[in-house]
Structures are given as structure tokens and as C-alpha cells.
Design a protein around this ligand. Structure first.
Ligand code: G6C
Length: 350
């Protein structure tokens, strides 16, 4: 069901308050052809109500004739900002960029953040944004879990379906996603409530078995039969299974880039307001699947780029693979056991 402008203005107000937006600051709203009109108009009202200087920067869409999917996260790296000095200058001069278009995994995003900018991505439909409006508790939970991840040197993930994979950790920063940008240099995504880091280059080893009901993004599909990934020295070397495996292999091969098989970020979900069933309740193009990425107790891994983390791999093919019923261990201690959080990320038993 739809939500009212009043509800969305209130939700944006909470996000902007948590982000510390004050009167006189500049909020630039980045839009393109697929920006949701209600998200845009309520963001403008909420930002003006904070006394901010509110700009809108509308950019032409790119990649549409190349990407096989309309999902903005399916084809990453080049964005409407690539080579667009005037637009980049405006965003770098802003105190907060509300990205209603999707800059993720782009060199330009890095440039804006390195210049002290803040970027908040928000492209899910308004009712999903409202259901998972960020809270201070989300931030506390993600930061508590991040302290555990930061100290770890190895992640091992197992499952009854046959997953047994290890990642060495420590080379890359931690991606803490709780839905608002309270300090300079931060990127975040509303809705979220999960954390991730990148596996040390070449370190991922083992087997990942997707079980029935695990999810492939941007395919937006629950796999109907197991898909087995063989992982050697940081790359997927084989994808075996039935139709889901065949279709995924064909999709990845279509990029003609061996880097698409590299392991990207790995982490787990902490958001208790996210639900696994939501993907099956939406048309494929109506959501980018953040419920499955953020769902408390998932194991989320991915393939493709690492430029988001400061690496050099900027392959355009990014596959996010959230899984249920896994056990995620950090240096031998479980943070997720059989798909359930071991604690709520705040040090209490979940
Ligand atoms: O919020 C996000 C969304 C996609 C992704 O790969 C990482 N974080």
C-alpha cells in the first residue's frame, strides 16, 4: 500500500535530524529518470523544513542500452557523473547529497566522500523506506557488530546445505550501513541495517551452496534448487546446479570480464524490520531487494567490484547473494548461528 506525503516528510525529517542537518547547510538531491516522485517531493519539503538550502541536480541516465537489467545496482562503476565536472563540483560543494539515482561503486562517489562530502542513497519505494526508517538503535547495533568484525582476521561461513568457505580479513575497511550520514565522509543507504567488509584479495577459499529460498540480486529470484559455487584464491571458479545456476552463469559471462568472478564484500544482516518474504511480494523492478540484504541473521556475500573499498577492481557486474540458515564465525566465534543472530549486536543475547 502507498504511504502519505505526511508520513514520508516525517521519515525524511528523522533521517535528516539523525544526519545532523542544520539551517543554512546545503542539501543537494541527485535525481534521474527513475527517481521516485514521492521520495523526491517529500525530501525537498523535509530538507527545507530544516532550513537547509535545497538544490536538485537531475542527470541523464546512462548504461540503459548496455545493462541487461534495469536495476540500478546491476551495472555499476560508470554513472551520469563520470566525466561530468560541473555536476561533481556541485555535489562536492554540498553538505549532504541525497542520492535518489544510485552512484554506488563509482569513482565519483569516492571523490565526493574524500572531499568531506556525505552521500545517502535512497531508491527503495517509499513504503519500504518508511517501514525501515533508520534509528539510533540501528546505528548502535551496526557499530557494535562492526567492532567485532574489525578485530577479526578470518571469517568462516558454514551451512547444513554444504557451505564451508573462509575469508581472510583486514585489508579493507568496514562498510557500516545504518541509514543516515551523521559525519563528513560517510556514505550510507536508507534502508539498511547491516555491515560488510571485503575479503582480502585472493584469500577466499571453499564452497558456497545456495539452498532453496536463498536469493540472487539483481535477478530478484529465490533459487528453487541448490547452486554450488567453488571458490579458489578469491575467485568463483565454478557455478553448478540447475536452471538458476545456468542463468547466473550466462548473465555473468555476458560481461566478458574475468573480474566479475572475484569475491567482493562479505557480511551479515542486523535489521529486524527487514523480511525475507518481501522479495516475493513485489514486482521485480519495484524494489532493489534491500529487505534481503539487511535481514537480521542473513549471510550476505557478493561478487565483482572492490573499488567501493579502495580497491582497483571496478567491474560493472555486481551480484549480491543473501543467504539464510548460515553460521558466520569470526576467528571461531559465531555472530550468526543457523541463520539467527547470536546476539542483537548490542551485546545482549538475541
Ligand atoms: O547498500 C548496499 C547495496 C548493495 C551493496 O552491494 C552494498 N550495500
Amino acid at each position: 500500500m502507498s504511504v502519505s506525503d505526511f508520513e514520508m516528510v516525517e521519515a525524511w525529517g528523522q533521517v535528516l535530524s539523525l544526519s545532523g542537518i542544520a539551517a543554512g547547510q546545503t542539501v543537494t538531491i541527485l535525481t534521474s529518470s527513475d527517481t521516485h516522485p514521492q521520495t523526491l517531493r517529500t525530501a525537498i519539503v523535509a530538507a527545507r523544513a530544516k532550513g537547509a538550502i535545497v538544490n536538485r541536480l537531475d542527470l541523464l541516465p546512462v548504461n540503459g542500452g548496455t545493462s541487461l537489467s534495469r536495476d540500478p545496482l546491476a551495472y555499476v562503476g560508470t554513472t551520469p557523473l563520470t566525466g561530468n565536472k560541473a555536476a561533481l563540483a556541485m555535489l562536492k560543494a554540498s553538505d549532504l547529497v541525497l542520492d535518489l539515482m544510485t552512484l554506488l561503486f563509482s569513482a565519483e562517489q569516492h571523490e565526493i566522500l574524500s572531499a568531506g562530502g556525505r552521500i545517502l542513497l535512497a531508491v527503495e519505494p517509499p513504503e519500504i523506506l518508511l517501514r525501515m526508517v533508520p534509528t539510533e538503535e540501528d546505528r548502535r547495533r551496526v557499530l557494535a557488530a562492526s567492532r567485532v568484525l574489525r578485530a577479526a582476521r578470518q571469517m568462516r561461513v558454514t551451512s547444513a546445505a554444504g557451505t564451508d568457505v573462509t575469508f581472510a580479513l583486514g585489508e579493507y575497511p568496514i562498510l557500516e550501513e545504518y541509514g543516515f550520514c551523521e559525519r563528513a565522509g560517510r556514505w550510507d543507504h536508507w534502508p539498511s541495517g547491516f555491515l560488510a567488509t571485503w575479503s582480502n584479495e585472493g584469500s577466499a577459499q571453499g564452497t558456497i551452496v545456495l539452498d532453496r529460498g536463498d536469493i540472487l540480486l539483481p535477478q530478484k529470484s529465490y533459487v528453487r534448487e541448490p547452486v554450488t559455487f567453488t571458490i579458489r584464491d578469491g575467485y568463483v571458479t565454478d557455478i553448478a546446479g540447475g536452471l538458476d545456476a545456468d542463468l547466473l552463469r550466462g548473465y555473468m559471462e555476458s560481461f566478458g570480464d574475468p573480474e566479475v568472478y572475484a569475491i567482493s564484500h562479505v557480511g551479515w544482516g542486523l535489521q529486524k524490520r527487514a523480511h525475507w518474504s518481501v522479495l516475493g511480494l513485489y514486482d521485480r523492478e519495484a524494489t532493489i531487494g534491500m529487505d534481503s540484504r539487511a535481514c537480521a541473521g542473513n549471510f550476505l556475500w557478493s561478487t565483482g567490484p572492490n573499488n567501493e573499498a579502495g580497491g582497483t577492481r571496478d567491474t560493472a557486474c555486481h551480484i549480491d547473494i543473501p543467504m539464510r540458515n548460515c553460521t558466520v564465525m569470526l576467528d571461531g566465534d559465531a555472530v550468526v548461528r543457523d541463520g539467527e543472530l547470536v546476539n542483537d549486536g548490542l551485546g545482549n543475547a538475541a
